[in-house]
Every structure is written in C-alpha cells, then in structure tokens.
Design a protein around this ligand. Structure first.
Ligand SMILES: O=C(O)CNC(=O)[C@H](CS)NC(=O)CCC(=O)C(=O)O
Length: 269
C-alpha cells in the first residue's frame, strides 16, 4: 500500500477550438509527468469553452466513440499517469447532453464516468446561467479507487452540496475532487471557503482544478486551482494563468488527523 501519491491540478483558459485545447492539455500533462505526477486532474470543459448552445451540441461526443476520450486514454498511457478528465460534454437522452467527468488509470483504461448531478441555474448581478436547459443531471455519486486511495468525484456547482461529499467520505474516500469553471463573481466570494470546508469537515485531501480568465462568450472564470490537505490548509495554489500545481498526498498525515479528531466516527445524525 503506497503511503503517498503525487498529484497535479491543471488550470486552463479553454477556448472554442478543441484541438488548441488538447494541444495545451498535452503540454501541461507532459510537464506534470516530468515531475513524477501519478494523478493529474483537468478542469471542467477542458476541451471546449465559450461556444453558444448550438456549438456545445455539436461539440458533444458519443461516449462509445469519442475522440476526446481516446485522447485522454492515449495521454494516460504516454505519461504512465492516471487522469481525471475534468469534464466534457457527452450525448445524453431526451435531446440533452451530459456534463461528464471521465477517469482513466495509468494504463489508459476508462474506469468510470461521473455525470454532474447539480446543475447551475443562476441569475445574479446581470449574469444568468441555465445549465439544466442543455444538460441532463446525473443521478449517481461516484467514487473510484487508485491504489490505496478512494476518490470522490464532483463537478463545479456540486461544491455547494455538502451532502454529496459526506456520502463520499462515508464511502471511504480520502480524496475529494472538484473540477470547475466557477464564475469570477461567485468564485471570489465562495470558492475557497467552500473547498476548505469540504476538506476540513470530511478530513480528506481535496484537489480542485479550475478554468480561469475571460472566455470567448465574454464570461470570466475564477481560477484559483488548489490542493488542500485534510486539516484545511492549502498546500498548492495557482491563482491565475495556465499551469500545473503539484502536491504530495500523505496517507500517514491523513490518518494522524483522523485519529486525533475522529469526526467521521462522531456523527450522530
Ligand atoms: O459557462 C460555462 O461555459 C462554464 N461553466 C460551466 O460549464 C458550469 C455550468 S454553467 N459552471 C458552473 O457550474 C459554475 C458554478 C459556479 O460558478 C457557482 O456555483 O458559483
């Protein structure tokens, strides 16, 4: 049982051109691999950002025949590295799409696909989002195992629903993962406290990969990708810009925190 794992969160400013985004992802994954990273996490919508609804529909791929999923699988093999593929749009049912987070092991095998459960419908300060008009919600929380580490998946707006992460912790997760394109407005107010709370209350490592900056549709995302330890401390952070942040996760440190204050065993409701 490996006691530590080196992980990377990758931050992007994805554009409408899929091949441009994939080229950038390839560069940053190579950089992570050069540092000995065992698990790399990409942000939400890593392959395509900023198009209108029609363009998103056209960009959506069929899970059984998806060039973007094949790209990620090839990258995992090339770099001998597990990859949580942020999220991408896959074709769903009823004329809707899925906002899906695929997980590959270091042999390039697709282990699981998590579909975003909580959809972002919001009207605030002149900004308006209606994700549920295009996306069908997932219905299943999903965890995956990489070596000794169980990882609970989540996408962006899921972050506001602590019960999802509690389920992950109760299912034995020691890593929580959020892949995001948080808005700059909500991100500046809520991103860091929500992430740190999820890590602290569940005594888990948290890997958060985000989009940052202005996108083609005029929207702006918050960035601030980070890795947080089970005590709630930020151990790596990239406020803005494209790039890779790296952290070493320690099972020993996590077990020590859980042993000294067993909050998960003290639950009463
Ligand atoms: O709009 C885009 O193209 C990129 N954003 C997304 O795909 C998703 C759905 S619209 N964004 C979020 O979930 C933001 C949540 C958030 O910001 C919060 O909870 O405050």
């Amino acid at each position: 049982m490996s006691d530590s794992m080196r992980v990377a969160a990758i931050q992007l400013n994805s554009v409408r051109d899929v091949s441009k985004n994939l080229m950038k992802v390839g560069e940053l994954l190579a950089e992570a691999a050069g540092e000995g990273v065992e698990l790399a996490v990409l942000p939400e919508n890593f392959a395509h950002m900023g198009g209108d609804e029609q363009e998103k529909r056209e960009a959506a791929e069929d899970e059984q025949n998806s060039p973007i999923l094949r790209f990620l699988s090839d990258q995992a093999v090339k770099h001998d590295m597990a990859i949580i593929g942020g999220s991408l749009l896959l074709k769903g049912n009823h004329g809707l799409l899925r906002n899906s987070s695929p997980v590959f092991n270091a042999s390039g095998k697709l282990l699981a696909v998590y579909d975003k459960i909580h959809l972002f419908d919001m009207d605030y300060l002149g900004q308006s989002y209606h994700e549920s008009g295009l996306i069908e919600p997932g219905s299943q929380p999903l965890t995956i195992d990489l070596d000794a580490w169980r990882i609970g998946l989540s996408i962006c707006y899921d972050l506001r629903f602590p019960e999802l992460y509690r389920l992950h912790a109760r299912a034995g997760c020691r890593i929580l993962c959020n892949v995001a394109a948080f808005t700059a407005v909500t991100g500046s107010a809520h991103w860091e406290p929500l992430l740190r709370a999820r890590a602290i209350e569940n005594q888990c490592y948290l890997i958060a990969s985000a989009q940052f900056g202005k996108h083609a549709d005029g929207r702006e995302t918050w960035g601030h990708s980070m890795v947080i330890d089970p005590w709630g401390e930020i151990v790596a952070e990239l406020p803005e810009g494209e790039g890779v942040i790296i952290a070493d996760l320690s099972m020993e440190k996590l077990n020590r925190i859980r042993k000294s204050m067993p909050v998960l065993q003290h639950r009463r409701v």
